[in-house]
Design a protein around this ligand. Sequence first.
Ligand SMILES: Cc1ncc(COP(=O)(O)O)c(C=O)c1O
Length: 380
Amino acid sequence: MGIPSAKPFFSEEDIESISREIPSILRSGRLILGPYTRRFETLFQEYCGVKRAVAVSSCTSALEITLRYYDVVGKEIIVPTNTFIATSNAVLYAGGQTVLADIKPDTLCLDPEDLRQRITPLTKGVIVVHIAGLPCPDINEIQTICKERGLFLIEDVAHAHGATINGKKTGSLGHAGCFSFYPTKVMTTGTGGMITTDDDNLADYAVSLRHHGVGNGLTHIINLGNDWLMDEVTALLGLYQLKALESNLAKRNAIARRYSEALAGTEGVRLFYVPSNIRHSYYKYATFLSPFIDRLKLTERMKEEYDIELGSIYDPPCHLQPVYQRLFGYCFGMYARADETLKHICCLPMFPQITPEEIDYVIKSFKSVLQESKREKITV
Ligand SMILES: Cc1ncc(COP(=O)(O)O)c(C=O)c1O
């Protein structure tokens, strides 16, 4: 009974409908920039409550295009260290300099106080990451800081499709939202991404940049672009995933409730508080292990003894990645709260099609390994 930490989900009904539609795309001769891409963009912008959505090849390209639009060459962009390295790499690819910032342990998201302290005359913008699917609860304060200091605010929405804060969707909370449709994500198209924005100029620039910088057709290249298109078959998958998103979010929230009810008060693990004005999208169900528990050992045991895969988010964070240590000289201790917190974060399997029996098996196995860890600690 192997249970992965994440798994893409297409219902049987959707698989059948997708299989029926693919031949007409293949016969149409229009494999890029056709009606499926346009429809996916239109429905996605309506869903997020923004003026424009532009489909691209990945979240990484979405971020790079957006950062290029803001012309970050030689400028500093503040990024939480707790993110996948692609967020920060996009800044480097666009010619900017990443300034990593610390996180709040109770949200795992960017700490507005730390952000304030890292602003310099060279700072041009901020990227906020809605980590694990929790829309950053401090977004209002971060919006205010950006407004006061004249900074752009990009949301990295790789984890948080459909999440809301005060009823407002992620992807509509900053100047631009950058989404991922990577296989583990809440919505997937294999690979793929989307930019959401109310800024027509950014959207038009993205339309040009994703296709080698085209102006009026491929003979007039007006920007330095790249091959960052989403193809029509990918957009078809996106349309079905978008249609299923609300139902999948409800399933993810129900799974999270089941985990929270079963684990409340369990020794060795603390649960995260989700404010009532927030709808979490539960890309991951994160828990906070007590300091006496070795997460790596616990993860190994869950895999070896119960064939259950647990996750982390993110350990190591950006500043502890070997490539950044080599290139920029970061080291342990530079981001005290991230260093202290992230090694204790453990994520339970989360995907819409996990069965009630599998959830019970995860809970039972997790509790039993927590008990064993506690006994070992006491006898050491
Ligand atoms: C927070 C975050 N940002 C960006 C990315 C990059 O997404 P993509 O693989 O679509 O480029 C990921 C992917 O894992 C991510 O988790």
